[in-house]
Design a protein around this ligand. Structure first.
Ligand code: PMP
Length: 414
């Protein structure tokens, strides 16, 4: 009884793999081993079909048309909003704003809420392990306004020093903008604690969910974050579409991001009135096809079940940590207690890029470099790492291939 329940709850990775056509291809004469999922995940057939179907069957602009194709396109486009609302448990669909991705979501908040609310002397807190897209927009804002960017330090496992964070909080803190799961190290940050502490001093919190949304259950209401951003392409969906969630009163009070069609109620040369949420932030013809296909990705993930996927990825991470840990000279960077399925490492004095090239010769795709997290690399005093990141379709055999490929690469380079 227990055994069959366990089997039922286990992800059938081989049947999952069949749904990703790209996994059948070869690279340099070898079967592709795709371990660069934190950069972008591969797309299942249902997502590819959703894109093709839109262009084949009902390509039309959304919202203003009265003809059948426009109505079909609009309905599909708006259905994604409902699916996202459910996926992150937002209070209402109006709080789900379409963006180009995580980067644009953060910039939207910095250019609208930030410019309206940040003044000289205010403080914005980020952490040492942020992606550049959650550093640079705040630096630009701070420079423009005479505000100060403050940084939460980390320990050598890659975990935030929470006592130091609490010391940074003060009445001048207006925003804490923090990554939920680090793309460079895999660290999962204690966002609930961060949010509660920040709210106590009256600061808002933006959560960068680029890496967490694919792995963890996201409940923005329970988290009580003020803003949450993520990208579809790391979640088995297409590139070019992402989501900004915000609390309604904040979004209502924020000025528009870009001006143009769709974001207006009425335009005269004397005065323009802006559209209601979410359209106030969605100027111009949106990315219709990719938005529609995002729903196919969310349905796909929901159907398999996040819990099942997470258990599979945790198994892969644990296995890879043990296997890679046995390679002489290999040092894992980022040993946080709570991690998503990302494993970063360096090997003695070898350059990560040389390792990456030799792995690619064996069909193994990993990422090498600073992972757009230079301050984090600087903390560890390394130019970059080799990073393997796992998705629902990866297998232990692929990790064996990685270990094997690494051992050969190390021999060649040493
Ligand atoms: N934050 C994190 C943690 C990320 O991993 C990424 C993508 N690597 C981003 C932000 C930026 O996402 P995008 O490029 O999709 O806008």
């Amino acid at each position: 009884m227990i055994e069959s329940a366990t089997i039922q709850n286990k992800l059938d990775v081989y049947s999952v793999r069949q749904q990703f056509p790209i996994l059948n291809r070869e690279v340099k004469g070898k079967p592709l081993v795709y371990l660069d999922n934190a950069a972008t995940s591969q797309k299942p057939q249902v997502v590819i079909d959703a894109l093709v179907n839109y262009y084949t069957d009902y390509n039309a602009n959304v919202h203003r048309g009265i003809h059948t194709l426009a109505e079909e396109a609009t309905m599909a486009f708006e259905r994604t909003r409902d699916a996202v609302q459910q996926f992150i448990n937002a209070e209402s669909r109006e709080q789900v704003i379409y963006t180009r991705g995580t980067t644009e979501g953060i910039n939207l908040v910095s250019y609208t809420w930030g410019r309206q609310n940040i003044k000289a002397g205010d403080e914005i807190i980020v952490s040492t392990i942020e992606h550049h897209s959650n550093i640079v927009p705040w630096q630009i804002l701070c420079e423009e306004k005479g505000a100060k960017l403050r940084v939460i330090p980390i320990n050598d496992k890659g975990e935030l020093l929470m006592e130091e964070f609490e010391k940074l909080l003060n009445p001048k803190t207006k925003l804490v903008s923090i990554v939920h799961a680090s793309n460079a190290l895999g660290t999962i940050n204690p966002v609930k604690k961060i949010i509660d502490a920040a709210h106590k001093v009256g600061a808002l919190v933006l959560i960068d969910g680029a890496q967490s949304t694919v792995h963890l259950d996201i409940d923005v209401q329970e988290m009580d974050c003020d803003f949450f951003v993520f990208s579809s392409h790391k979640l088995y969906g297409p590139t070019g579409i992402g989501i900004l969630y915000g609390k309604k009163d904040l979004l209502d009070a924020m000025p528009p991001f870009q001006g143009g069609g769709e974001m207006i109620k009425e335009v005269t040369f004397e005065k323009t009135t802006y559209n209601d949420l979410p359209y106030k932030f969605e100027a111009g013809t949106p990315n219709i096809a990719d938005t529609i296909a995002l729903k196919a990705a969310l349905d796909f993930v929901n159907e398999i079940g996040k819990e099942k996927i997470r258990r599979h990825e945790e198994e892969l991470l644990a296995y890879a940590t043990v296997q890679l840990g046995q390679i002489p000279g290999l040092r894992i960077i980022g040993r946080a207690k709570e991690k998503v399925s990302v494993i970063s490492f360096v090997v003695d004095s070898l350059h990560p890029q040389d390792i990456g090239i030799l792995l690619d010769n064996r069909g193994i795709a990993v990422r090498t470099g600073h992972h757009c997290a230079e301050p984090c690399m600087r903390f560890f005093e390394i130019p970059g790492t080799v990073r393997a990141s796992f998705a629902m379709y990866n297998t232990k055999e692929e990790i064996d291939e990685l270990v094997n490929g690494l051992q050969k690469a190390i021999k060649m380079l040493s």
